[in-house]
Design a protein around this ligand. Structure first.
Ligand code: NAP
Length: 326
């Protein structure tokens, strides 16, 4: 059984990954930022009990991060932490680079030096993004597309993605997973998908009367988050490291998502609740992002298990249930 270290433990993916690794019998260590409220560790992480060891470290503090790697000496290191919102990256492009790119280089260089010193090897998995390729003009996107980010988030992820390739060339078992959008009831409400499902639940409960959104025409390839963290485990435990697109291969519009979400609560005339706000339309956004995960499917046997409609239904149901308990 391996020892795993996860950055971004408290995020959507960090929680699912910790649960999966613990269920597989691995020892799991997770990093939370010092800014995190100690009482705010989510219930699903508390439920892991002694199977999970929580550490505090800011990803921007490379000394603290590398000291933690030395302390834990993980067999597997999953770098999931970071600033995960494209919209927010426009508000702080330099800060986005600090948290999404510098730690990747810092961790990889540290693992390389450890390996040179003869330390037990650590396999590295980077949570990369479809946004690395957003401007490449090809659809669906696969691993051979040219790197072409169109926003600060994508640019920072591109640097991390390329660093993984560089250190793989230097002999590290380092893989970069090109994650397309993936969702769950644990998605924070600052993301449009969850904003929609939470907003629909509030409207159904009579607690809100409108949902303010930006461009409903954008198409994305939305998958189920636990499927994507399972892909991370497959990449980490594969014989050889590589880069993999993780995607369903199917595009849906935000318009589809809104319609399905309202349908789940029995509202068909949903247009009367949706207000359009041009301020929410992001600059330089790709209209369509769809991925081709053939490599991951054929080499590592991965497949998505939950359909788009089921994902939206699960999110709406969770939001409806949470409001009922409130
Ligand atoms: P998320 O829910 O936003 O979680 C991000 C995590 O990073 C949080 O636990 C946060 O901890 C941590 N973090 C942020 N700044 C930090 C800092 N300075 N020091 C330490 N920790 C810090 O993201 P996610 O949806 O789980 O995504 C996981 C990874 O996959 C991210 O890198 C994201 O960019 C990438 N990705 C996600 C998607 C998607 O659709 N979900 C798609 C493509 C790529 P605090 O709460 O303590 O700040």
């Amino acid at each position: 059984m391996a020892t795993a270290l996860i950055t971004g433990l408290t995020g959507q993916d960090g929680g699912y990954l910790a649960e999966q690794l613990a269920a597989d019998g691995h020892t799991v260590h997770g990093v939370v930022s010092p800014a995190h409220d100690p009482d705010g560790i989510p219930e699903h992480l508390r439920a892991l009990g002694d199977a999970l060891v929580v550490h505090e470290a800011d990803l921007r503090d490379l000394d603290a991060l590398t000291a933690l790697v030395d302390e834990v000496a993980p067999d597997l290191l999953f770098n999931l932490g970071g600033m995960s919102s494209v919209a927010a990256s426009w508000e702080d492009p330099v800060g986005t680079l600090d948290v999404n790119a510098r730690p990747v280089l810092g961790l990889l260089e540290h693992l390389f030096r450890r390996s040179e010193r003869g330390a037990a090897p650590t396999r590295f998995v980077q949570a990369s993004s479809a946004e690395v390729f957003a401007g490449c003009g090809r659809t669906p996107i696969d691993e051979s597309c040219p790197v072409d980010p169109v926003n600060p988030y994508g640019a920072a992820k591109a640097l991390g993605h390329q660093a993984v390739g560089m250190y793989r060339q230097r002999g590290l078992h380092a893989s970069s997973l090109v994650l397309f959008n993936h969702e769950s009831p644990r998605r924070p409400v600052r993301f449009v998908t969850r904003k929609i499902t939470a907003g629909v639940a509030a409207i159904a409960a009579g607690r809100a009367d409108r949902l303010t959104l930006g461009n409903l025409a954008v198409h994305r390839d939305w998958g189920w988050a636990p499927d994507y963290t399972r892909a991370m485990v497959l990449a980490a435990t594969a014989e050889a490291p590589d880069d993999y697109v993780v995607a369903t291969g199917r595009a849906h519009s935000l318009f589809d998502l809104v319609e399905i979400a309202f349908g789940e609560v029995g509202i068909t005339d949903w247009q009367r609740y949706v207000v359009s706000d041009a301020a929410l339309v992001r600059p330089a956004e790709a209209d369509v992002l769809v991925g081709d995960s053939t490599k991951l499917r054929t080499r590592l046997g991965w497949a998505p298990t939950v359909e788009f409609r089921e994902i939206v239904a699960a999110m709406v149901a969770a939001d409806v249930a949470a409001l009922a308990e409130d």
